[in-house]
Design a protein around this ligand. Structure first.
Ligand SMILES: [Fe+2]
Ligand SMILES: [Fe+2]
Length: 563
């Protein structure tokens, strides 16, 4: 670096004094340049440490930087446990032994260092425990000659590894409130010129103390960020599970949709060819999608249970088919009473027999009608003829307190005429409103930048490729791929779920046939459906469907039919 020149007014001095002054000035310049370089380096290290979000890599960086700064041969970083009773090995690095353990390379299976003895007294014999408990830096020139500490373990290790531990610098790592986080232990500072092991200099100790302070702050910052991240994820999963718990009819739906979503996303990420060949999801994007899947039905918190769980057409707070049964029972008894009256009033045997036959026939007719209504109440789809017959039956009346009443209320006729599913238009609107509510609720949350798409990904899972979905009616590419994936996972899960109490789950083959239809008719993304079938994602390991091969469904045929 460039240092300003210092004018030397040495004229008139003896030559020796002139030389001495010149040397002093040169030294001052060198010292200033060195200090400047070190300050800049320390700032760089501080910036690098605070930018690292991965705890393992951060720990590695701390040890590496400390070793580089002091030219130490090795470094160990311990972290204190939650109970603050033990120091666990987090990182072990030794350059000459070519050892690198812990951090991003995995955990270290060595026993932790106890901070307290069996009798509860502080463990001051172990140098790291001492530094941790006393919150003091320990600088030892030669551990084999050090007094007051027990280095038997170090000696044993040295013997086995063919190593000689000599100088050691041990520093406690503290957080911003002075609480212990861990201990940094450096071993064998080496003279950069001779390579000989030397003691850690006072200057290096000071710098390592600054480094330890930076490391402590960075570590706490990373921990807080990661803790918040974990808390947010756990909280979102809890919300998903609460939605699953709300309805016995769709229990486990959200969890399974999330599993399907991630399976599809991973397959897309891993596939370098085809229509999604360019799509890669970063770890953050994967997390964003996963949380969106957990939250996709969040709005159902506001959906009344009797609508969410409506398993038959007449079910409200209770199933009204029982009311209709009672009315039919009354009607039947009316028929029987009329018959008995007729028979009692008639002395003519043929007429009495005719009345009895007519009575049986009417009772059978009523039983059949009731059976028919009961079936209509449950079945998936109704034909035009079914709906017409419901209307005809609704013309019947029965007598209550001398007043004629219809056998079916208008709302019962409306519900029994629902062509597909169990929800009438008003209930369907309420049900569909859940995706709008998902958006409203999620857009109120201040998601961090990397998760900001969650409201859209979650709320658009009922949008259709042809624009006829809800809540926005957006179409094609306007629907993010992530939302299209959740939409596919949502439908496939609903089709194949095994815990619907009122209907059997479909076979994988039947469900795939429906997916193909939905891909063809503009409901789902056809390329995504083809990808799902082509990559056999329906039969993925650990899936909730049979892994049996889909014999009759040829992948190429599915693709041809879709694309
Ligand atoms: Fe939904
Ligand atoms: Fe759903």
């Amino acid at each position: 670096m460039h240092m300003p020149s210092i004018p030397m007014e040495t004229a008139g001095f003896e030559p020796e004094i002139e030389k001495l002054i010149e040397r002093i000035v040169t030294e001052i310049r060198r010292f200033a340049a060195d200090s400047h370089r070190k300050t800049l380096r320390l700032v760089e290290i501080g910036t690098a440490l605070t930018a690292e979000r991965h705890t393992g890599r951060l720990l590695e960086k701390i040890v590496e930087e400390a070793c580089a700064w002091t030219n130490a041969d090795g470094g160990t970083l311990y972290l204190v446990d939650c109970a603050k009773t033990h120091l666990s090995f987090a990182i072990v690095i030794n350059r000459s032994l070519n050892i690198r353990m812990g951090g991003s390379t995995g955990t270290i299976p060595w026993s932790p260092v106890a901070l307290y003895n069996a009798d509860g007294s502080p463990n001051r014999r172990n140098v790291s425990a001492y530094a941790a408990l006393q919150q003091q830096v320990v600088n030892i020139a030669d551990v084999y000659e050090a007094e007051g500490f027990d280095f038997a373990g170090t000696r044993t290790y040295d013997l086995q590894a063919g190593y000689r531990s000599k100088s050691m610098l041990v520093l406690p790592l503290l957080d911003h409130e002075g609480e212990l986080i861990g201990v940094l232990q450096l071993v064998n500072a080496m003279d950069p010129e001779t390579g000989e092991v030397v003691a850690f200099s006072g200057e290096n100790q000071k710098i390592c103390e600054s480094l330890a302070s930076l490391a402590g702050t960075a570590l706490i910052q990373t921990r807080l960020i990661n803790d918040l991240d974990r808390l947010l994820q756990a909280f979102i999963r809890s919300i998903g599970m609460a939605i699953d718990e709300k309805s016995s009819v769709t229990a486990g739906h959200v969890k399974r949709v999330t599993e399907w979503t991630m399976r599809i996303a991973k397959a897309i990420h891993d596939e370098p060819r085809g229509p999604f060949g360019d799509v890669r999801f970063s770890a953050d994007e994967m997390k964003e999608l996963q949380l969106a899947a957990w939250l996709h039905d969040l709005g159902k918190i506001t959906t009344p249970n009797h609508i969410m769980d409506k398993s038959t057409r007449l079910e409200g707070v209770y199933d009204r088919i029982d009311l209709i049964r009672t009315r039919f029972e009354v009607l039947k008894r009316d028929v029987e009473i009329a018959c008995w009256k007729q028979m009692a009033q008639s002395a003519d045997e043929p007429l009495r027999s005719e009345a009895a036959r007519s009575c049986d026939s009417r009772l059978n007719e009523l039983s059949e009608e009731l059976e028919f209504l009961s079936e209509c109440n449950r079945k998936d789809r109704l034909s035009d003829a079914d709906i017409e017959r419901v209307r005809e039956i609704s013309q019947r009346t029965f007598l209550v307190n001398g007043v004629r009443k219809p056998i079916l209320e208008p709302s019962e006729v409306e519900n029994l005429s629902i062509r597909y599913g169990t929800l009438n238009p008003a209930e369907r609107n309420i049900m569909n409103h859940h995706s709008e509510m998902t958006y409203k609720m999620l857009s109120e949350l201040p998601f961090p930048k990397k998760l900001k798409q969650i409201p859209i990904f979650a709320a658009y899972h009922h949008e259709r490729i042809d624009g006829h979905g809800y809540p926005r009616g957006v179409k094609g590419e306007e629907i993010p791929l992530q939302a299209r994936i959740i939409a596919l996972a949502d439908i496939f899960e609903a089709l194949t779920a095994r815990d619907r109490p009122y209907k059997r789950s479909m076979t994988t083959e039947e469900a795939l046939e429906i997916l193909i239809q939905l891909g063809k008719n503009g409901h789902l993304d056809p390329e995504l459906v083809a990808f799902f079938i082509e990559h056999r994602l329906y039969a993925a390991e650990g899936a909730t469907v049979d892994d049996a091969p889909i014999e009759r469904l040829d992948n190429q045929t599915a693709k041809d039919r879709l694309l």
